[in-house]
Design a protein around this ligand. Structure first.
Ligand SMILES: [Fe+2]
Length: 387
């Protein structure tokens, strides 16, 4: 996140002696991305962060591909994903390519017995149902319905859920997730025309510092495998840090929609960008106010991107028969557009209460076995007229 942040105790200068009350040194760790060119934080540990005791199991969690070369539109009924007790077990990859994986999860239980770290990808967790606390080595973030949680790769975390009724829409990104560059000035500050500003970005506020030694299980995701490692020190043993690389939260309800006299294109909804896909937020908003405007979108061709919409709440005006938790996939190469009747239905309407998250990928997505199991099988013909 291009915002400087600091929590806890740090020394006056980086890479200098920083001592505990007993005179011994804290362990400094530089935590950054893109070699030494990306955003980074400097953190100070009670113990060396390198104390591996044991490497136990290693097993694949690679998505199982069902449709590799896809040109069919799909509707996936996301709430049919069955809740599972364990957070990692609950994560079901439904769409994937070499840049990103789209996951649905309905975890029942908090992560208590282990810590988790994804070294493959930044993670974007969208909270559809549930409240709780994301606990990380760089501080904690409370979350609730509508929150995006951005967790940079390599961040060790646990999640505390308040109840067992949780639904997450997750995007794993193999390149860093940023806010759109066009909304930032030369200094990184969000510009006046940005649909959100720094006040909407929630940074970690509560640093947990555990000093104990023992056996601490860390499940590390690397190259689509989970590797179980046992460390000798508690992973949350940071006494302080500063920098730009840390988890943060942003609520979709804090996104201020950009509207116009005629239909505005999807980039006005953009919330995050990577070099391989964008994420947009469709929020309740006033409709176009030209006297002859058509608020429903025109037919459009995603010649070079696949479009994934995750429907969160409200009545989605351009689709018939779409419910919360559904995903629509409109693949690159063929046009898609409003369902029959949606254009006429939209004329004269003053506003929309739709809430949805869109992921547009520049490379085609493959449908996994778990994704295909959620498909109704008929969506690709849903633009035909039916008597
Ligand atoms: Fe579209």
């Amino acid at each position: 996140m291009p915002l400087y942040h600091t929590l806890g105790k740090i020394p006056h200068k980086r890479h200098t002696q920083f001592r505990k009350p007993d005179g011994s040194l804290y362990s400094e760790q530089l935590f950054g991305t893109i070699g030494f060119d990306g955003m980074y934080s400097n953190m100070y540990h009670e113990h060396r962060p390198t104390m591996v005791k044991e490497i136990r199991n290693q097993y694949s969690v690679a998505p199982k591909i069902a449709v590799e070369n896809n040109i069919k539109s799909y509707r996936l009924k996301g709430f049919q994903v069955k809740p599972e007790d364990d957070y990692l077990d609950s994560r079901k990859a439904v769409l994937t390519n070499s840049d990103c994986t789209i996951i649905l999860a309905a975890p029942r239980h908090s992560i208590k017995e282990y810590f988790y770290k994804n070294t493959d990808a930044d993670e974007l967790l969208f909270v559809h149902k549930g409240t709780g606390k994301l606990r990380t080595q760089l501080g904690n973030l409370d979350f609730k319905y509508g929150d995006y949680l951005v967790i940079p790769r390599g961040m060790i975390y646990q999640i505390d859920f308040d109840t067992e009724d949780n639904r997450l829409f997750i995007v794993e990104s193999r390149s860093p997730i940023y806010t759109p560059k066009r909304y930032r000035n030369h200094f990184g500050q969000l510009l006046e025309h940005s649909p959100f500003c720094e006040r909407d970005i929630r940074r970690p506020y509560e640093l947990e510092t555990h000093k104990e030694l023992g056996d601490f299980l860390l499940k590390v995701k690397k190259k689509d495998e989970i590797i179980e490692m046992v460390y000798a020190a508690h992973p949350f043993d940071v006494v302080g840090y500063d920098g730009y690389n840390y988890p943060y939260a942003f609520s979709i309800h804090d996104f201020e929609p950009i509207t116009g006299r005629v239909h505005q294109p999807p980039p006005v909804h953009q919330t995050f960008e990577t070099n391989a896909f964008v994420v947009c937020s469709f929020c309740p908003r006033l409709y176009d106010y030209h006297p002859e405007s058509i608020p429903a979108p025109y037919n459009h061709s995603n010649i070079d991107s696949d479009e994934v919409l995750y429907y969160v709440d409200g009545d989605f005006m351009s689709r018939n028969d779409i419910e919360e938790g559904h995903i629509s996939l409109h693949p690159a190469g063929i046009p898609h557009g409003p369902h029959p009747g949606a254009v006429e239905r939209s004329i004269g309407k003053k506003g929309s209460d739709e809430l949805a998250v869109m992921v547009d990928t520049f490379k085609p997505l493959m449908v996994t076995e778990e994704g295909l199991a959620l498909s109704d099988g008929t969506y690709h013909t849903s633009w035909l007229d039916h008597d």
